[in-house]
Design a protein around this ligand. Structure first.
Ligand SMILES: [Zn+2]
Ligand SMILES: [Zn+2]
Length: 105
């Protein structure tokens, strides 16, 4: 599906929001599973695992800003628990803040 078609699929709601083009492009990449949004940093990071949508956890160093992506085992658990109440989980992002190895010394 091309970006244009995807935007058209959003219809009136997508047009009403009118986010900046860059943001829209990043949002598109996120939906394609090629990037993750880190809410607490208000940032996007490219995902090397794409284009499959998957749960992801980020280890974020509050000192140097280093971020590392790991795949949490809890992703499947959350999906299963959601499914039990009829909820379809499409993405899950966990943000873990702390200090990386280099910043602990
Ligand atoms: Zn990823
Ligand atoms: Zn650090």
């Amino acid at each position: 599906m091309k970006a244009y078609d995807l935007m058209a699929a959003f219809g009136a709601a997508g047009q009403a929001a009118k986010p900046p083009t860059v943001y829209r492009a990043l949002d598109f990449l996120e939906k394609q599973g090629l990037a993750h949004r880190i809410e607490s940093l208000n940032a996007f990071v490219a995902c090397r695992r794409g284009p499959v949508t998957h749960s992801a956890a980020f280890l974020i160093c509050d000192c140097c800003g280093l971020t590392a992506e790991i795949e949490p085992a809890t992703g499947q658990e959350v999906a299963d628990l959601g499914a039990r109440s009829g909820f379809q989980v499409q993405s899950l992002t966990i943000e873990a803040h702390g200090l990386c190895k280099a910043c602990q010394v």
